[in-house]
Design a protein around this ligand. Structure first.
Ligand code: PLP
Length: 395
């Protein structure tokens, strides 16, 4: 029995929610990465207190903000020594890694991404005038691993200056091990490739899989990196928009700070700091209960698929609440493989009334896959699985 319950169904339609109000009203939306749960009580109380003050002028970030970040990562993840001088606060992780790309590349450079990868990696690379070099993850026996030879070759290309890493990985659901991260760190260091580690999903890992902060690797690798962290995914406060960039090298801090201030628009809002402090300082039990609930949701998916829809394979979810489904068995004989993910997702949406994220938005190598967001009450998930089965049978 846990202290918090996540079974409550909170209506979100007509609340200007991207997840719930973007598509047809009768389609169940399990796509974009936010959760259908209320934020932790400590966060709601802190925001209410801030609201009750009634004055929302320009705000300084207090030392307690930096202390909260530092204490949390030290206590939970063994990441020591985060101090104020190494942190650049900003509005979101996309803004964070985009600024880091700008700081460490020049237009025309290559940026390595590991596809299938978070879809908003592509525009960040291209908007900085760079070109993505895809280090395709290798899919074998329903799990993904890294093609090391390909990574080494792409890092060695003189035009490659940055690698944008996703740790843990969305949508593959992998929580990279320390050994894997060190090998990435070593390859990048050897070829002068700066590592930007997007760690937004770091709190959401499941038994047997621990998040390793890139910044806890050997010092020379850490100095060649920046990490983008935020409580928004794990505590379901993405709309509040708060994130931090960490860099150990003071020169990297200066370069990133310069890049992020180019457009003078990345200061955080008055609720961001309040929510972050309440998350890290007052919501730890809530987070642990949430992780247990999400783990239970993942088991629900595995069980359902094993019993009712064995043709669809869910990849082992080591971290994140985004399940990657291998749906290739739905492909008809003679049907072209190309375009299958989009056609199947459309069929699910319009016929079975279930919105998933189309696999190929994460990379051309994701044909045949769809992404399912399991961060919802179990009753909602069960309804969605029924719709998935119907969609599979009627495709
Ligand atoms: C890997 C990853 N990075 C960044 C983001 C978005 O971050 P933010 O909303 O803080 O810009 C997401 C959202 O799903 C994500 O999955």
């Amino acid at each position: 029995m846990t202290a918090y319950s996540f079974d409550e169904i909170i209506p979100r339609r007509n609340t200007a929610s991207v997840k719930w109000d973007e598509f047809e009203a009768d389609a169940l939306p399990l796509w974009v990465a936010d959760m259908d749960f209320k934020a932790a009580p400590a966060i709601l109380e802190a925001l209410q207190r801030r609201l009750d003050h009634g004055v929302f002028g320009y705000e300084l970030l207090p030392q307690s903000y930096f202390d909260a970040v530092s204490r949390w990562f030290d206590r939970r993840h063994g990441w020591k020594g985060i101090t104020r001088e190494h942190i650049i606060p900003t509005t979101g992780v996309i803004a964070a890694y985009s600024a880091c790309i700008k700081a460490f590349s020049r237009p025309g450079d290559n940026v390595i991404v590991q596809t299938p990868c978070y879809n908003a990696f592509f525009p960040a690379v291209r908007n900085n005038g760079c070109r993505e070099l895809c280090n395709s993850l290798v899919y074998k026996d329903t799990t993904y691993s890294i093609d090391w030879e390909d990574l080494e070759r792409k890092a060695a290309d003189p035009k490659t200056t940055v690698m944008l890493l996703c740790n843990p990985h969305n949508p593959a659901g992998r929580v990279w091990t320390r050994q894997e991260l060190e090998r990435i760190g070593r390859i990048c260091l050897a070829h002068g490739v700066f590592v930007i580690s997007d760690e937004i999903h770091c709190e959401l890992t499941y038994p047997g899989h621990d998040y390793t902060p890139f910044a806890t690797l050997p010092e020379e690798m850490v100095l060649n990196s920046a990490s983008c962290i935020s409580p928004t995914k794990a505590f379901n406060i993405a709309g509040i928009q708060i994130a931090n960039i960490f860099a150990a090298d003071p020169d990297a801090v200066r370069r990133i700070d310069r890049a992020i201030n180019d457009n003078e628009c990345c200061d955080v809002n008055v609720f961001g700091a309040t929510a972050l402090e309440a998350a890290y300082d007052g919501s730890e039990q809530w987070l642990d209960d949430l992780r247990a609930y999400l783990h239970g949701n993942a088991q629900t998916v595995y069980r359902f698929l094993a019993e009712e829809l064995p043709q669809v394979k869910a990849l082992p979810l080591e971290g994140t609440y985004l399940m990657w489904l291998d749906c290739r068995a739905a492909l008809h004989e003679g049907e072209p493989f190309e375009g299958f993910s989009a056609r199947f997702a459309d069929h699910l949406r319009f016929d079975a009334k279930l919105v998933l994220s189309t696999g190929t938005i994460y990379g051309a190598d994701a044909e045949g896959f769809e992404r399912l967001n399991i961060a919802c009450p179990r009753a909602t998930l069960t309804e969605a699985l029924g719709r998935l089965k119907k969609g599979f049978e009627t495709y």
